[in-house]
Design a protein around this ligand. Sequence first.
Ligand SMILES: Nc1nc2c(ncn2[C@@H]2O[C@H](COP(=O)(O)OP(=O)(O)OP(=O)(O)O)[C@@H](O)[C@H]2O)c(=O)[nH]1
Ligand SMILES: [Mg+2]
Length: 419
Amino acid sequence: MLYNTEKETERVVLVGVDTGSGEFDTESCLDELAELAQTAGAEVVGRLIQKRESVNRASYLGKGKTEELRAYTEFTEATGIICDDELNQNQIRSLENALNIKVMDRTLLILDIFAKRAASAEGKVQVELAQLKYNMAHLTGRGIEMSRLGGGIGTRGPGEKKLETDRRNIADRISDLNKELKEIENHRRVLREKRIESNIPVIALVGYTNAGKSTLLNTVTGADVLAEDKLFATLDTTTRSVETQSGAKYLFTDTVGFIQKLPHNLIKAFRATLEEARYADILVHVVDASNPKRQEQMNVVYSTLKELGAEGKPVLTVYNKTDKEDIELPLINDSKASYTMAISAATGKNIPEFMEKLEDMVRSFKRSISVLIPYSEGRLLSIIHGSCEITASETRDDGYYFELYADEETENRLRRFLV
Ligand SMILES: Nc1nc2c(ncn2[C@@H]2O[C@H](COP(=O)(O)OP(=O)(O)OP(=O)(O)O)[C@@H](O)[C@H]2O)c(=O)[nH]1
Ligand SMILES: [Mg+2]
């Protein structure tokens, strides 16, 4: 079989159905789809929206609209279309037959971007698994060969490798990948347990894609995580430790951004990565305040957190990018958060206040106590240094004196020495 190795830019028409429901209006869904398409390397040459009560189960669009789309794709010399909703097999086939060009959907596009960006072994396994499951569910035999192997977007496996297309081999590969993923998850669990044992508070940065999570991580920790004006710049979790001005230690974890209609297979495949938020002590919800759809994006973040079982954690919401001029005011308090504030990760505006607020929140699960540890109990010092925030210390005749913030468990262990 011949493969097209030339890197021709795919020219795509974006297609949506406006049913009048959903968090976002259809135009802004397509705006986002356009960004996704550009991120994947395609050129958007037009868009078409059909208003109808519901999506057509058999053909996505109605008959007349499909005909209009055919004329439009010819006129714009499009090489493909991207539909805003995940298409079923029948819809793909029916559109392909009518249009004779490549038919893609939002899910495929996101998978393609993820495939391009996956860098770690874990990320690659997760993406390939999600892609193969997508292929299994959507295309059988002819479908894959006919429509997907022509080069361009929507065809890439992780690291530019060719995706398995034979149905039987796909099943084998999926089972291998699942095993690999199990091992990776175990490894991650061990790391997580170590972290919990160390008793250092874990802060997870969550938020819509492109909100500025990685920029905030870099600003706060001096890390060097890729931050880009692209959707899904971050695919792997990065954890960095930070020491605050007052000497408290925290672990900051950057995570994959959320997006509306995040493909379910991807959520499943990326569960281990996304789940980091579940094990955090505090969630920092980073919002792009300059985005006109910020409220809708916040809602998506909360519903995704719910799906991941990470709801109910203490949340600190930060309206980011407030250095920009076109911010719509007022920035209302996020009712789901314990506290809301405005910052700029890029310029550093309000970052010291942000760190102070975090410290307050961490301390609010800890109590301030004073202890006098006799010299004979020196082994307790490692517990104190490891898991408490020390605000004052002194060497006295009868032992070591500390004023500190301790969690309940540590307080119980130190109970005998309270002063
Ligand atoms: N003006 C301004 N731009 C910012 C600020 N914070 C981040 N950005 C820009 O916003 C874009 C996205 O930032 P990232 O830090 O990559 O966003 P992210 O949330 O990690 O995005 P993903 O990893 O793609 O989910 C980059 O171009 C940043 O330079 C800010 O405070 N002000
Ligand atoms: Mg990022």
